[in-house]
Design a protein around this ligand. Structure first.
Ligand SMILES: [Zn+2]
Length: 395
């Protein structure tokens, strides 16, 4: 009897410990060799727009008069881009959403438990791998990608945190601030030779973080006039910013654009859990290296949330949020973020088969690198006879 109790207790203790080991130990490893495609990339620069808290269906749905809410993005979808839904993981919060998009991995619970704003441990990102990244937006989001970056090449322009509160009356001001500042920045480069030469480099990123929608969604809910008006403001500002970029670079067709959001929002203005309204975010990509709109006969959409309301006959794709990171790396030709688990969405690339094959190969090597490093760590921590793997045998 005593033996039975002792064995039972031991088993329970092992299970109890395993919970902490699985959920409260970061799965991130360090020391991998960076991998990138050796062929020259299609884009010299990338513009990433993240509309914080934007639901896929609210963006894509037509209004009561049958006209699109985001007329510019709708035109992009119909004429020159690729579009779809990107599925996020739980918790549907800003920090893990941005980490998945820009660093390509889903934060583990240990990271979330350590707070929303600070890096629990260092990680690599598309921004870190870029030559330069300029970012505008909320002080809650931008610093996590600048902090710990290997050298000083990620620049952040943020409104003071207090603005997030007093912009509550009209939160779209947070978004117009971002576009205004980014515009001023580009205009100022014309009289600043140092900046101008940086802007003419390849492998650069512009990141516009738009918190207004999230704030309006919490305050007024995603079906409110304020939220939908904010969608229109963002859409018009993107149209203007794209034309500014195109003028600045004299329509060299070397700019790639990605528009998405970090998470969605429930009808009652919350997020964090796993309801489709929270996990389904829009993804629209266009410009250099991105597959152009492909006409198809009317299609069925995979989820009830989108069913029957899009009235759009352009091929639709479903992605996972972390796949956006390898997509962005591939477009501007920077190494894949070291900790990324994203799989390059090939159907989004407008490139040769050789380029796609090379990109896929470097993506596979980059994920294998993590497995190898993780394998070595595990072998060194535990009894080898408890841990065997065919791949580890080849290392
Ligand atoms: Zn929020």
């Amino acid at each position: 009897m005593l033996q039975f109790v002792a064995v039972g207790l031991a088993v329970h203790l092992v299970f109890f410990y395993s919970i902490f080991d699985i959920y409260f130990t970061s799965p991130l490893v360090h020391g991998m060799t960076p991998q990138r495609t050796p062929l020259s990339p299609p884009a010299k620069r990338l513009v990433l727009f993240v509309a914080d808290g934007l639901r896929a269906d609210v963006l894509y749905r037509l209004d009561e008069n049958g006209s699109p809410r985001a007329s510019y993005l709708r035109k992009v979808i119909e004429e020159k881009g690729s579009w779809g839904v990107s599925h996020t993981h739980v918790p549907t919060e800003s920090r893990p959403g941005h980490v998945a998009l820009i660093a390509g991995f889903y934060e583990d619970v240990s990271a979330v438990a350590k707070g929303w704003k600070d890096n629990p441990i260092e990680f690599d990102s598309v921004f870190n791998e870029s030559k330069y990244t300029w970012s505008w937006g909320s002080p809650d989001i931008l610093p996590m990608f600048a902090k710990g970056a290997s050298k000083d090449h990620i620049y952040t322009f943020m409104y003071p945190a207090e603005n997030e509160d007093f912009a509550a009356e009209d939160a779209s001001k947070l978004d117009t601030w971002v576009f205004d500042e980014a515009k001023k920045f580009l205009i100022s480069a014309k009289n600043n030779d140092t900046l101008l030469s940086q802007l003419l480099e390849e492998k650069i990123v512009f990141f516009l973080h738009l918190l207004g929608l999230d704030t309006n969604g919490h305050a007024h809910r995603p079906m409110s006039r304020e939220y939908i008006e904010n969608v229109k403001i963002v859409d018009a500002a993107i149209r203007e910013f794209v034309s500014l970029i195109e003028n600045f670079y004299e329509n060299d067709e070397k700019t790639a654009y990605v528009f998405t959001s970090d998470h969605g929002m429930t009808d009652w203005g919350t997020h964090g859990a796993g309801h489709p309204s929270e996990t389904m975010t829009p993804l629209v990509a266009w410009g250099a290296g991105v597959q152009q709109a492909q006409q198809v006969a009317r299609q069925n959409f995979p989820d009830n949330l989108l069913q029957g309301m899009l009235h759009i006959d352009v091929l639709f794709f479903v992605y996972f949020q972390a796949d956006v990171a390898p997509l962005m790396s591939s477009l501007i030709g920077v190494p894949l973020p070291l900790n990324s688990v994203g799989v390059l969405p090939l159907e989004l690339l407008n490139n040769t088969d050789l380029f796609k094959a090379e990109s896929m190969y470097s993506n596979a090597l980059q994920i294998l690198e993590q497995y190898k490093v993780d394998g070595k760590i595990t072998l060194s921590k535990f009894f080898p006879f408890l841990f065997t793997s065919l791949i580890i045998m080849y290392i």
